[in-house]
Write a protein that binds this ligand. Sequence first.
Ligand code: ZN
Length: 278
Amino acid sequence: MPRWPHDDPASLAAFYGDPDKGEPGKQLKPVIPPFQMYYAGKPIAKIMFHVKAAGALAAALDEIWRECGRDQHKVDRLGLSVFSGAYNPRYVRGYEPGNKEGRKPRWSNHAYGAAIDFDAEHNGFNTGHGTMPQLAVAAFKRQGALWGGDYQGRTDPMHFEFCSRAPTATPLSFLGEVQADGDSDQSGAGEVAGSDAPAGTPAGGAAPSAGGFFGRVRNWVTAGASSIGLTSLGAMTNGEVVAMLLGFVLLILVAGFLISLWLWGKQSVADWIAKHIA
Ligand SMILES: [Zn+2]
């Protein structure tokens, strides 16, 4: 049994409170980092975090501090003293109420006070694992947290969240399930650039389930595209998915025609077309 709620709105709200009612914001407590941290270049004294996950956050920060030999310079060098946001009552980008794609609104896991971002500048949206040091990943995973660097398709390496993606009962759910990434803190601070790209294949804190045929095609296309460096495909509409499939079919037909020309010569192909099609 995972220690943290499953990453879906009902389970998160049951555990952390409902952001629609402002509940998580009333259940925050300060976590004092064991090393100096900075937000937008200014020293901070504490991080406000959900009371149910505050102990786990403190334990992860303690482990980072120990693993760095209690050396502030080392923590600084690794980018782990750069705080880029925690509690923030906002929606997953692209999942705001009234979004033009008609997606169901979805709170970011930052809205539950259960996610934290480090060094957004060097660990932006879809930068693979960014520069996030393994010792930080290990420290958070020891507390059962998920790391945005592990998301399929699109990554959010600045981001850690206290929830679970243990498989649910639905077999083959991986085909329809999407991950909500791009979940970094942004609306709280204009200077934190970057990783909150449209979460078409939501990952990150929020994983709206874009099931069905279009959702799956979109996931496959997005995963493939992001692996070759295209990042803007996640927010494709259904129409765009259809256009892309039609384009693909057309490409195969044209390629087949050219290959038959090459194999059999112009005259035989023209004869064949005249006989069978024209
Ligand atoms: Zn985040």
